[in-house]
Structure formats: structure tokens, C-alpha cells
Design a protein around this ligand. Structure first.
Ligand code: CMP
Length: 141
């Protein structure tokens, strides 16, 4: 998910291209403004934490871009490309390491396991919005 700061900072193309360039495949993508209800469901694990309310305000503040990405070792690779949660600690070369200076606005969220992807995807997508195609360079990836 490219969060509202990634959208208003015009980083949609830059961020999506990092996943494409690595060899992963975007199989669903849409821009939306999420309701409080969806945001609460998505971040249910953080309920009760000190940053929960500001996180919900942030994520509902403007349009975001939700994506479903597939590929070899997808979750591990995406987490690496995204970088540590806190942009100040994230390695240069990662998305957060290159564009975020802290933990409050870190441009992107990525599912941290297959289990969380299975929980998060239906919050944002219907089954029919997930498309099937082959990358032309599939054999090399
Ligand atoms: P994300 O990967 O989307 O998961 C939860 C989000 O909460 C996180 O990125 C940050 O945007 C935000 N956040 C704010 N403060 C904290 C914190 N102290 N620890 C973890 N996440 C935080």
C-alpha cells in the first residue's frame, strides 16, 4: 500500500517501479480513499497502541494506492525493498530509507507474512479485481 504521503509526494511511479524492476508482478492496483472502518480493520493489530489514532488519521487523510504483488520469494523481497518501519533507521536504497525521515510518515505498508496478506487483501480488493497474466521475462525471474 502506497500511503497518502507517497501519493501526495508523487512517488507512486517510483515506488511501483521498484517492485517491477526487481522482477515482481503487480496483479491488482487501485487508488482509493479508505474509510475509517476499513483502516481500523487493516490496522486492528495496533489497536490500543499510542500511535493508533494518529495512524488512522494518516491513512484516511487522502488517497492511497493498494497493490497486490506476486513473485518468487515475494514477501521477503518486498519487505527488503520497503526497509525498516522507521525511515531514519531504514537502509539507503530501500523505499523508506530513501524517502522517509521517521516513523510517522513512512510512505508504504507491506504485508509481513502470507497470513497477514490473506487478511489484508480482501479489505481492499474483490476477487475479480485480481488479474492473471505472465510477465514477458518470466523465464528469467
Ligand atoms: P506500517 O508498516 O504501515 O505498520 C504500522 C504503522 O504504524 C507503521 O507502518 C507506521 O506508519 C505507524 N507507526 C507510527 N508509530 C509507530 C511505532 N512506534 N511503531 C510501529 N509503527 C508505528
Amino acid at each position: 500500500m502506497i500511503k497518502p504521503d507517497g501519493v501526495v509526494r508523487s512517488k507512486i511511479g517510483e515506488i511501483a517501479s521498484r517492485f517491477e524492476n526487481k522482477g515482481l508482478k503487480i496483479v491488482a492496483l487501485k487508488m482509493m480513499k479508505v474509510s475509517r472502518e476499513k483502516a481500523e480493520k487493516h490496522y486492528a493489530v495496533h489497536k490500543g497502541k499510542p500511535f493508533y489514532d494518529s495512524l488512522l488519521n494518516y491513512i484516511t487523510s487522502g488517497p492511497l494506492v493498494a497493490m497486490i504483488i506476486e513473485g518468487n520469494n515475494c514477501i521477503e523481497i518486498v519487505r527488503k525493498l520497503v526497509g525498516a518501519t522507521n525511515g531514519a533507521k531504514a537502509e539507503p536504497g530501500t523505499i523508506r530509507g530513501d524517502f522517509s525521515t521517521g516513523i510517522d510518515f513512512n510512505l508504504i505498508h507491506a504485508s509481513d507474512s502470507e497470513e497477514s496478506a490473506k487478511y489484508e487483501i480482501p479489505i481492499f480488493f474483490d476477487e475479480k479485481e485480481i488479474l492473471s497474466y505472465e510477465r514477458a521475462d518470466k523465464e528469467w525471474l
